[in-house]
Write a new protein. Structure first.
Lengths: 323, 404
């Protein structure tokens, strides 16, 4: 990792804590308590200093995460993730955590790598032949890129909702039933119908479509289609839901409905959402990560990121100076 | 400014006229084709029959009544010399010049009549029998003086009428144009196309799916892609030579059989299906694949549950085009011996057969004037057959498309 050469510049991270965090989750817990104290001190000192160029020191965000949520066990954690498309590096050494009962928003200008990072979390980047992912990503402490990890099962545990609503050109029922069916989650037709109903209810779509489950999913409006996609994702009972700009193709009313839905789903699933819209990030998320040019610039409580960012680039982006 | 706008509109008008002209020319060609086919060929669906009274008691037919009741009745009647019986009766009725007015068609019809009702051999029978091709052509108004004289004589006695030529669809090839039919060729075409379809469609679709969805992008797949594209452009006769060398000389499969014909045509059709299939698969939006992958479908499930059903209309369109081409193909079939004279419809895919286009080609080579009309009629049958098959395929495609 790049960490070591940069360590002298950052008084924030205790040097031995970092390799330990990568090596084992259990060990990390022990070290985190020690880290909290030094972390909070350094954060204050950093803020006291004038805004210096700290772009080379961004790899401290791992300690940020532990500092902000010291006691929490992450649902997913990424350590030093880099992604290359051919020879182009799209993501540089990103470390981040996603928690069970929190919504984590990834913000940043276009092409900053936030979607790329999201796609690493359920290995959707596998479908791009030129993409190469380095670093370690864990789901409940298991390495998702390990050879024992079955990618099909991983994606059943880590669901995804895409930018453009992409229901299958099949009936509404089939759209939702597809996942449970291929994973054999239902033993009988009645059970399958139950799963479909439950998923559509959770996605807030049941009342609108219960009388026309046999109609095509593509005949719904954009917002309904997106909620159908969310229902499809939760039908396989995932643990994490990744949302890649789920509202960017929707009108404000549909967007509001999706945001409301995200609130309702929070707690049941760990949610990570990529968004262009900073107000949206502020509304729906509790943790925010700001990406810029493939780097994770800042990670923290959403309220802090938007009111009191530590990095100049974050400030600039949030105040609309670029992006 | 105004001038520019006017010029722009003028250009648009010119372009429209040009387009209209292009469409008109093609419509004209089509109309001309259909008109000539119709004028020349529709007559082939009817033929003239003449009344004839045969006195079997006076004819010297040797037919054993017992054999006529048995299972070999047809064989017994065929071996009897019905032809001279008809000829003698015709001479008795219409004079010397009528000796050859009836042809093979009349013999066939009389045979059928006797098999059905052997009792008629005991007395005097009046029948309408199809006339020979010379009289038929003359009656349709296109022949030499001798036949025309006989035709007018027959018409005066009201002994000539036209009926639908049911035999044309029921009989097979013959040397006598009054007795020919397309049934054998139609059946041969059907069997050949069936073999082609069963081979080319699954292989072509699987190849397309593999190349598009599973194959790694490297120099090998590039080479395969180029080869397939080139294969689609290879002249069909080359495939005939390939079929001759591989299927007949090397594998020793039966000559002139629909099996070999179908395999040869499958080689020819496969690249078309692969190319159409790949294009159809490419048009399936990647978001559908992503959606399926994201709920945990495996690559194969994505392909067979989502990609293939969506690509199927496109694949079917390509298949229709390929099949239509195969159906009308002559050259490669000539190379594998399907140009033989085959008088019986094939009983299976390994029996000698001919196909419609080859039949048309063979008839167009015949000297007898009766074949001119039959050639055009066979073309109409071929076109109708194609229309039927394409219609069926388009219907199937629309059903797949209309599902959502």
């Amino acid at each position: 990792m790049l960490m070591k050469e940069k360590m002298p510049l950052t008084p924030v991270t205790p040097v031995p804590a970092e390799p330990a965090a990568i090596a084992a989750g259990a060990h990390r817990k022990e070290s985190s308590t020690a880290e909290v104290k030094s972390g909070s001190e350094s954060a204050r000192s950093e803020r006291a200093e004038p805004l210096v160029d700290v772009s080379n020191q961004v790899n401290i965000e791992d300690s940020w995460a532990e500092k902000i949520d010291p006691a929490r066990e992450p649902k997913m954690s990424a350590n030093g993730v880099s992604v290359f498309y051919g020879s182009k590096q799209a993501l540089k050494d990103v470390s981040i955590r996603i928690y069970d009962d929190l919504v984590t928003a990834f913000i940043g200008p276009s092409g900053c790598g936030k979607s790329t990072f999201l796609r690493c979390l359920n290995r959707m980047n596998d479908t791009i032949p030129s993409a190469k992912v380095n670093g370690r990503i864990e789901l409940d402490g298991e390495d998702i890129n390990a050879s024992e990890m079955d990618v099909v099962q991983l994606r059943a545990r880590v669901g995804m909702v895409f930018q453009k609503p992409n229901p299958f050109p099949k009936s509404i029922f089939e759209n939702v039933a597809y996942g449970p069916r291929i994973h054999g989650l239902a033993q009988s037709k009645a059970e399958l119908e139950q799963i479909v109903e439950k998923s559509l209810k959770r996605a807030g779509l049941w009342e609108e479509v219960k009388d026309r489950l046999a109609e095509s999913g593509t005949a719904l409006s954009g917002g309904q289609q997106q909620r159908l996609c969310i229902a499809r994702a939760i039908a396989v009972d995932p643990e994490v839901i990744l949302m890649d700009e789920p509202c960017s193709a929707l009108d404000p009313i549909a967007t509001a409905k999706i945001e409301e839905l995200i609130h309702e789903l929070r707690g049941r699933y760990a949610i990570a959402i990529v968004t262009h819209n900073m107000q949206q990030a502020a509304r729906v998320s509790q943790r925010t990560a700001f990406f810029h040019l493939g780097e994770l610039v800042e990670y923290g409580r959403t309220s802090e990121i938007f009111t009191n960012p530590r990095e100049r680039r974050t400030t600039d982006y949030i105040t609309g100076r670029y992006g | 400014m105004v001038k520019r706008v006017r010029r722009r509109y003028a250009a648009e008008r010119r372009f429209r006229l040009l387009g209209l002209a292009a469409v008109s020319v093609s419509v004209l060609f089509l109309a001309f084709l259909l008109y000539t086919m119709g004028v020349k060929g529709l007559g082939g669906f009817v033929h003239y029959e003449a009344a004839l009274t045969i006195d079997f008691t006076r004819s010297d037919l040797f037919l054993d009544p017992a054999a006529l009741r048995g299972p070999d009745a047809r064989q017994a009647v065929v071996s009897a010399d019905l032809e001279s019986a008809i000829s003698n009766a015709a001479v008795a009725a219409y004079g010397e010049s009528a000796a050859e007015m009836f042809g093979g068609g009349a013999v066939d019809k009389l045979t059928e009549a006797i098999v059905r009702n052997p009792d008629m051999l005991n007395g005097n029978v009046s029948l309408w029998l199809p006339v020979g091709s010379k009289i038929d052509v003359a009656a349709k108004g296109d022949s030499d003086a001798g036949s025309e004289y006989l035709v007018s004589a027959l018409q005066q006695r009201h002994a000539l009428k036209w009926t639908f030529n049911t035999q044309f669809l029921a009989a097979s090839d013959s040397t006598d144009p009054s007795a020919v039919g397309v049934w054998g060729a139609l059946k041969g075409s059907f069997l050949t196309i069936l073999v082609t379809m069963l081979l080319a469609f699954p292989v072509g679709v699987l190849a397309a799916v593999y190349l598009e969805e599973f194959a790694p992008r490297n120099r090998w797949t590039d080479a395969i892609e180029v080869s397939i594209n080139n294969l689609a452009a290879v002249p069909s006769i080359i495939f005939g030579l390939l079929g001759l060398a591989v299927f007949l000389n090397f594998l020793n499969l039966p000559r002139s059989a629909p099996l070999v014909g179908g395999m040869t045509l499958a080689l020819m059709t496969m690249p078309v299906i692969v190319i159409a299939g790949r294009n159809a698969i490419k048009t399936v939006p990647p978001s559908i694949r992503d959606g399926a992958l994201a709920v945990g479908a495996s690559k194969m499930q994505v392909t067979f549950h989502h990609v293939l059903p969506l690509a199927l209309p496109g694949i079917l369109t390509g298949t229709i085009i390929g099949m239509a081409r195969a159906l009308g193909e002559t050259a490669p079939l000539l190379m594998i011996g399907m140009r033989a004279f085959i008088a019986a419809p094939p009983g299976g895919i390994s029996e000698p057969a001919t196909v419609l286009p080859v039949q048309i080609f063979l008839w167009s080579d015949e000297v007898d004037r009766g074949f001119v009309e039959k050639t055009s009629t066979a073309i109409i049958v071929l076109l109708l057959f194609m229309l039927l098959m394409n219609g069926l395929a388009i219907y199937l495609r629309n059903r797949f498309e209309r599902r959502w």
